[in-house]
Design a protein. Structure first.
Length: 208
């Protein structure tokens, strides 16, 4: 389809479940595109774009990114996780949910793996095409704080909730519960993933 539309496609990687290509529009511009099979298990249904096609919900992207960072030490993944921690969901809540997608981890073991990440030098960050300046020293301070908060979070959550997200029906968003008040008092319900994803329901409340 791309070639029929006048684009030039150079395949750089082709293996089961993953294809990477450089797509060029004449001599004007180019972009790298990765096509990959993802697990059918997810927390939310895919999101349909207005101009066609489906993408993962930002919550599933965040969960995938946590597992990706645990498996490789790439500067771009570190930058992404800090952004997700600040703007989408706290790191502890991401770790807590991520173990449902990869049962090889417990929250504690996934956190320990992530503690080995984030040791990037300024030149590593400089190679990234970022839209805004990125302060490495500030980022490392923020990362240590995120890890510390995540450790506290996973220690205080009950074991029967492992692998879940926490959804606020009133605000229609996912959040990290505070210590002390019950989930009901905080207006939160547990939300587990399943094959294909599932929209949150108030019926998920279990009396807490």
């Amino acid at each position: 389809m791309l070639e029929a539309a006048g684009y030039r496609v150079e395949v750089r990687l082709s293996q089961p479940g993953h294809v990477r290509a450089i797509v060029e529009a004449g001599d004007r511009e180019a972009t790298r595109i990765d096509w990959a099979h993802d697990s059918a298990w997810r927390f939310m249904p895919p999101v349909r774009l207005d101009d066609g096609g489906l993408v993962l919900h930002e919550i599933d992207l965040a969960i995938n990114k946590v597992l990706t960072l645990a498996g490789r030490d790439e500067a771009r993944d570190f930058v992404d996780i800090l952004h997700l921690h600040e703007h989408v969901l706290p790191l502890g809540a991401m770790i807590w949910a991520a173990v449902a997608k990869d049962p090889g981890f417990t929250p504690a073991s996934l956190l320990e793996q992530l503690k080995r990440r984030g040791r990037h030098r300024p030149e590593d960050i400089a190679r990234l095409a970022l839209a805004a300046p990125f302060d490495v020293a500030q980022a490392k301070t923020a990362w240590r704080s995120a890890l510390s908060d995540a450790d506290e979070f996973i220690r205080r959550r009950p074991h029967e909730e492992v692998g879940c997200l926490y959804h606020s029906p009133a605000r229609d968003c996912f959040a990290a519960p505070s210590p002390g008040p019950s989930l009901r008092e905080q207006g939160l319900v547990v939300h587990f993933g399943q094959r294909g994803g599932i929209l949150p329901r108030v019926a998920d409340v279990k009396g807490r």
